[in-house]
Design a protein around this ligand. Structure first.
Ligand code: UDP
Length: 238
């Protein structure tokens, strides 16, 4: 049994997670909360045991990705709600990969939700609460110094690779990966995948029924939110 570094002060509290420093300056402890927000925190609530499910599901996906050569911040899961991670200097760009039209893409372009894209689309958003995470061109990130050209290139290629791996894995479990959001950060000069991969950050549809098994149930008041999160965990654990 490996010994965990000592948990020190909380240095960041976000909408869904808290981050704690540890006795090892290279490592942080990520605590997953049950708080749920949508529309840049204009809608708030709690999803029972969401933190436990998202911690476990993120572990599973990070292990899957690491096994296929994708470098992530994941070190190991410590308990029900805590994960030990490498400390990242977060790149303030949210990367979204889409396989099927949904959410903001449907709204922005006046498209019907559910239309399959001929190939995956990668989008970049500037991570800024006061600005509601605006859609940007990758050139903006380079121009304003949020990421270097090399980092943007690495992010695009990592994001598409993650899409291929997750899509195949989920397809075998009867789930369509509609779209998802990734965050990346620097660790000793290297770009690593950070954050979490769970029903808060991905759209998952059941292949047979097209039933939504993700946070859209909370965003759109569709009901059975907890059940959908539990069902997704069962699918990925199978
Ligand atoms: N997403 C996220 N955090 C955000 C915005 C989006 O995790 O702040 C995820 C969302 O769950 C979906 C994908 O990114 O899987 C694309 O989201 P979209 O741009 O359609 O925005 P939404 O309509 O979900 O706000």
């Amino acid at each position: 049994m490996e010994t965990a570094p000592q948990k020190l002060e909380m240095f960041y509290e976000g909408k869904a997670k808290k981050l704690y420093a540890t006795s090892d300056p290279d490592l942080v402890i990520c605590y997953f909360k049950d708080d749920a927000t949508a529309f840049n925190a204009k809608k708030r609530g709690t999803i029972e045991d969401k933190g436990v499910i998202n911690n476990r599901m993120s572990e599973l996906f990070f292990r899957l990705l690491e096994g296929q050569g994708v470098k992530t911040h994941f070190v190991r899961r410590l308990n029900e709600r805590e994960m030990l991670c490498k400390r990242l200097e977060i790149i303030p760009v949210e990367t979204v990969v889409r396989n099927i039209v949904a959410g903001s893409m449907a709204k922005r372009l006046g498209l019907e939700e559910g239309r399959e894209l001929p190939s995956p689309v990668v989008e970049y958003y500037y991570k800024s609460d006061p600005l509601d995470d605006p859609l940007i061109y990758p050139e903006h990130a380079i121009m304003f110094g949020w990421a270097s050209a090399g980092e943007i290139e690495a992010i695009r290629s990592l994001a598409l690779n993650v899409n291929d791996i997750l899509r195949r894995f989920l397809d075998e479990r009867g789930i369509i990966l509609v779209d998802f959001k990734l965050e990346f950060g620097r660790h000793h000069g290297e770009v690593l995948l950070g954050d979490e991969i769970c029903p808060d950050t991905c759209r998952f549809w059941d292949k047979a029924s097209r039933r939504k098994l993700d946070k859209d149930r909370f965003r759109r008041d569709l009901g059975d939110v907890e059940e959908a999160y539990q069902e997704m965990l069962r699918r990925v654990e199978s």
